[in-house]
Design a protein. Structure first.
Length: 323
């Protein structure tokens, strides 16, 4: 049994202790890269081994698109947040064209170890690394659907829009360079190779800058070279890159730098949505609807700075109908 499998077993055990049942999002994640002869069984078969839900009773007579969107709606409502949107990691051109943009194409993820969930919101965590725009626990967000669960309805506001998509690094200005450094790392310190604290990521802080000063010493340089040697191992290098998989660097109209999904384009809206701990890229569609593009890291707002300002400015929340 792999370390990853052992971790999943432990998460499932904790779910049973805390809730008396396995949370739907956890169940979907645990069977992510497992195949089924009928693609509907990625959901229906799963319900046969976990606690039944009154809110989720799919039928084999339904098309697979409906089975998946009903399951996703149930997971969002059960969680009371938007973290499970991070399950969406497949390429746009590979997806079932009949699926709503906010619904993962579970059928594509059917081979062990073939892909990874690169969620910024960390689907498995019971705590949030980022706190861009979470709702207070006493007032969970109003997550609803319309038109036979084909439209996801959320509330929030547009922070900015994408102006440039690319990987151009900033100039020598220290503040811009620091923002770029923290951005490409999605503001996370993944921990040292020989850490006794496990692999849990943590936010970067000023203490991490002190590591740079140690490179002026022979011991510091030796330690760096030793780390690089270890990082050359394929598996370790792969683990370190997971945070940056399927992301694209971009800049907004107001100068924010960020990492977003590969399909992000100039003109896409960067939105903060109630229940979300990260920013989200949305694209305007027909009939006042929006297409979900993906999660975004935006340097300078991931600790709620933009949400606080919106509250102070009494910014009105808009309704986003995502198809």
């Amino acid at each position: 049994m792999t370390l990853g499998a052992l971790m999943l077993v432990e998460y499932l055990r904790k779910d049973m202790v805390a809730h008396g049942k396995i949370v739907l999002t956890m169940a979907l994640y645990s069977t992510w890269n497992r195949a089924s002869s009928d693609p509907r069984d990625k959901v229906i078969g799963l319900l046969g081994i976990i606690e039944p839900r009154d809110s989720l009773k799919p039928e084999y007579s339904w098309p697979v698109e409906k089975v998946y969107r009903v399951a996703m709606r149930a997971a969002l409502v059960e969680d009371g947040n938007l973290n499970c949107l991070g399950l969406i990691s497949e390429k746009k051109e590979s997806r079932n064209k009949n699926l709503a943009s906010w619904v993962p194409d579970f059928e594509l993820h059917s081979e062990p170890f073939k892909d990874y969930i690169t969620s910024l919101s960390k689907v498995l965590n019971k705590w949030s690394i980022y706190k861009t725009f979470m709702s207070p626990e006493e007032s969970p967000p109003d997550i609803t659907t319309d038109e036979d669960d084909s439209v996801l309805i959320l509330k929030g506001f547009c922070l900015d829009s994408v102006s440039i998509v690319g990987t151009q690094a900033p100039g020598p200005n220290f503040e811009n360079a620091m923002a770029f450094w923290r951005t490409v790392l999605v503001d996370l310190n993944q921990g040292r190779l020989a850490s006794t604290k496990g692999g849990r990521p943590k936010r970067l802080d000023k203490n991490d800058l002190q590591d740079l000063l140690q490179l002026e010493t022979p011991e510091g340089m030796e330690g760096l070279l030793s780390t690089w040697e270890s990082c050359l191992r394929p598996i370790y290098r792969q683990l370190r890159l997971i945070e940056q998989f399927n992301r694209r660097f971009f800049r907004t109209e107001n100068g924010y730098m960020g990492l977003g999904p590969p399909d992000i384009q100039p003109g896409d809206a960067i939105c903060l949505l109630l229940g979300g701990c990260v920013a989200y890229a949305l694209r305007r569609s027909a009939h006042e609807t929006w297409i979900y593009i993906g999660e975004c890291y935006i340097h300078g707002i991931m600790d709620g700075e933009a949400a606080v300002k919106a509250t102070e400015d009494k910014t009105d929340f808009a309704e986003y109908r995502i198809v």
